[in-house]
Design a binder for this molecule. Sequence first.
Ligand SMILES: Cc1ncc(COP(=O)(O)O)c(C=O)c1O
Length: 417
Amino acid sequence: MMLRSIWSRCLSTARRFDHISPAAKDPITSVTEAFLTDPNPDKINLGGAYRDGEGKPVVLQCVRDAEAKIAGSEFLESVSAAINSKLVEESCKLIYGGDSESIKEERFAGIQALSGTGACRLFAEFQRRFYPDSHIYFPNPTWSNHHNIWRDAQVSVRNFCYYHPKSKGLNFEGLISDIKNAPEGSFFLFHPCAHNPTGIDPTEEEWREISYHLKVKNHFPFFDVAYQGFASGDIDKDVMAIRIFLQDGHLVASAQSFAKNMGLYGHRVGCLSFLCDDVKQAFAIKSQLQKIARAMYGSPPVHGVLLVSTILGDQTIKALWTKELKIMADRIHGMRTILRESLEKLASPLNWEHITSQVGMFCYSGLKAEQIDRLARDFHVYMTSDGRISMAGVTTSNVDYLATAIHEVTKSDFRES
Ligand SMILES: Cc1ncc(COP(=O)(O)O)c(C=O)c1O
């Protein structure tokens, strides 16, 4: 009797999960969720992933060729260690250059990561462990998930000036001043190409100056390389910033993703790498990265990594990849031109030059919150609430509709000088 009453008291007072309320919606994934639940046939998803000219997901022929080459081999358990080293080596060559001194002298340390997100998360954890009092500076704005990743790793985050709302371009003066004013030895996160969300990249001259000022303050550059090839269509040009930093003698770390440039979103293939002073440091860093990853997710999946290392390691397949990458980049570039022309033909009162001056997958449109809401409500056009348009979702079939919708929600605005 007594036991039963204690039991019922426990049941009534302590409902185990009542203190857990729903998490805030993610600003990017919620766009796709809203798009998917809309039954309207004219709906457009401008939230993220690359789509072909018909709005369909793309499987690149280079991926198909790599699949044919590796068929069956992922079942060989013993393959994975060698393949991981191959992935790291090929990924490093891709961003640092096959003939860079650090690669030739094997002064690099790297680890296969769960795509770009996983590579950033590993780095954030590394930073917390080995530089516990350091800050990381993000461009303002940056990919929204950067904030989640470093917050969860309990690293202090600060921002540096990047976007200039009036010019819809780079706030270069502000950027340099923030580098100069940051405490010596701070960490700085850069998007070396196709900045997300603004589509604005510094010029070569500006990167040289950024590199110089980082060196003066002994700051550490961390590159998040999520869109190599998507800015210019050329894999080497798109990492020009990283190569400038190497010429200037920086040690650097980079997170790489193959989600977009190989169309392998679902496979989660990425790499986190460091360039070190010598082989001894590289050995130590690699072993620490392995230790961090071991506790987070054990070991990474094998199939995607076989695909990427095969594409990068086979000259014929790699050549096909770079061709296909250029086709994707050109398609996006073409859509930028058509969207801008369509808005101009509609006699829009606004200046849309930034659609074509920005690069990569995203156009930071400058649309206001109420205009973005109206686009979703009245025109079934979905984008993130900061006005970021994924140009990858624009096709020859929907570009006129999109231009008309944007014109309708903006036509009462006045052209800014
Ligand atoms: C700047 C940036 N970094 C990293 C990522 C991570 O991409 P993934 O984890 O899909 O490779 C993204 C994806 O949107 C991104 O835009």
